[in-house]
Ligand binder design. Structure first.
Ligand code: GLU
Length: 485
């Protein structure tokens, strides 16, 4: 078999969405599994809705996910340019061919005429579609229309009485009756090709062997196959991957959470968690395992293991996976990721010195097990950067206990002149306290927690002491005692 070559062909009409990212990923996995090639090209024929900003967002999101491509936009290659609006000459060349071979004709029907035709069809209970009114116009008819200032669209002559069967690698055989497909437009009156035409020219000229895309394009596929056949080109293989639904089984939308990759990136999801999660939206490894690197998925991936049924977007699962990756990454990496969030929250100044860097590292050690995504670090880290107010009623009650001054005093004594503490040192120091004071653990540790954080729940004390540092611990305990009145 010739080398596999796939393409991801986004329309730059918005940021890269979950669905688009999954299509890109499945293309990448399918090709790379067999050492095939990937192309990224831009389908920007919708001039009003396309923008360079969206294009950049899509490309940077793809790169962030760890997906690369051998040929295409921003990397170049032998089949460029890779933006459809820069390929108009090429489409024109094939338009001429289709006109000459009689597969395509000029249609001068105005919007109003088309609407009137539809109404007649509806009133008669017929299938709605282009009637073929301009199919057999003579040269004179065309000239007359043009003299009236009408600009034609080009329509493809769909053969009647034909059934097209598409062998879909995910969905199996899918058949389409050509009688149900009206003569469709391949070039608009402004000379811009439609998606169905441009995509065929691109897929052929770029040597695409497999088209892997979202199920919503399945109804376009017979139109594209007709064009491949009319142009005498080999038809690529197809795989249409299922819709993504929200947990309530309606089509995934903003209601179900963030929809763009950028939003997840901004919230502090890790790319490897995102890729892992996206792969499981339709693909199944065939085992109970759920945690895979991109490399591992690539090794196992096949379209046979991609489900026909819709995938369900489960945010809890994404959060679980992301938390898993956060806990299993190096502290240095997570600290670095935490940094901008802490800075934005005003916990860190613009210029950061080594001491603060070390503090962020210690804070990361303390809180990372609680995080599902990095933006949450702001809430969890608050106690390390902001002195507590001690206004929580439950906390006040704890601070009022009679042993509190003795407990605080004992820790202050130990810390005074003790030098920098690490986690092990802090653990050892804390462990001894109850025995030395002749008190139960709860009577010692709960007031200390409240004294240091103003709350009854929070990070481990042996994480708090090193991150706050001796002087800050002493200061907070003093302040807490003062609130006892
Ligand atoms: N431009 C299309 C989209 O963004 C992709 C079409 C295709 O893959 O054929 O949905």
């Amino acid at each position: 078999m010739s080398e596999i070559k796939v393409r991801f062909a986004p329309s730059p009409t918005g940021p890269l969405h979950i669905g688009g990212a999954r299509s890109a990923l499945f293309n990448w996995l399918f090709a790379r599994h067999d050492n095939g090639k990937c192309i990224v090209r831009i389908e920007d024929t919708d001039l009003e809705r396309s923008s360079r900003e969206s294009e950049e967002n899509i490309l940077s999101s793809l790169r962030w996910l760890g997906l690369d491509w051998d040929e295409g936009i921003s990397v170049g290659g032998p089949n460029g340019p890779y933006r459809q609006t820069e390929r108009l000459e090429l489409y024109r060349q094939y338009t001429k061919e289709l006109l000459a071979s009689g597969w395509v004709y000029r249609c001068y029907c105005s919007e109003e005429e088309l609407a009137a035709q539809r109404e007649v069809q509806m009133a008669a209970g017929e299938m709605v579609g282009y009637t073929g009114k301009c199919r057999d116009l003579s040269e004179e008819d065309c000239k007359r229309h043009e003299a009236e200032g009408r600009k034609p669209v080009l329509r493809f002559k769909v053969p009647q009485g034909k059934v097209l069967t598409i062998r879909d690698k995910v969905r199996g055989d899918v058949s389409f009756d050509c009688n149900g497909i009206g003569d469709f437009i391949i070039v608009k009156s402004d000379g811009i090709p439609t998606y169905n035409f441009a995509v065929v020219v691109d897929d052929y000229t770029m040597g695409i062997t497999h088209v892997v895309r979202a199920e919503e394009h399945l109804s376009n596929t017979p139109l594209q196959v007709l064009l491949f056949e009319a142009l005498g080109w080999p038809v690529p293989e197809f795989a249409h991957i299922s819709l993504i639904l929200g947990k309530d089984r309606s089509k995934m939308s903003k209601r179900h959470g963030a929809t763009s990759i950028q939003q997840y990136r901004d919230m502090g999801y890790l790319p490897e968690a995102m890729v892992n999660f996206l792969a499981l939206l339709g693909w199944s490894p065939g085992t109970e395992d759920e945690v895979f690197t991109l490399e591992q998925i690539k090794e196992r991936f096949s379209l046979e293991r991609v489900a026909k049924s819709p995938a369900v977007f489960d945010l809890d699962k994404l959060n679980w996976l992301n938390g898993y990756y956060i806990r299993n990454s190096s502290v240095e990496r997570i600290a670095e990721l935490a940094f901008p969030y802490l800075q934005q929250a005003g916990y860190l100044p613009e210029a950061v010195n080594d001491r603060l860097m070390e503090k962020v590292r210690l804070v990361t050690v303390a809180v990372r097990e609680y995080l599902e995504y990095m933006a949450q670090v702001v809430d969890y880290a608050e106690v390390f950067f902001k002195d507590p107010a001690y206004d929580d009623p439950e906390a006040k009650e704890v601070l009022a206990q009679e042993q509190v001054p003795i407990v605080f005093g004992a820790l202050q004594d130990k810390l005074t002149g003790a030098g920098a503490l690490d986690e092990i040192g802090a653990k050892a120091m804390l462990k001894k306290l109850p025995k030395e004071l002749g008190l139960g653990g709860k009577l010692v540790f709960q007031p200390l927690r409240v004294g240091l954080t103003g709350k009854t729940k929070g990070p481990e004390l042996h994480h708090l002491l090193p991150a706050l540092g001796g002087p800050k611990v002493i200061e907070r305990l003093k302040n807490a005692l003062q609130t006892r009145g």
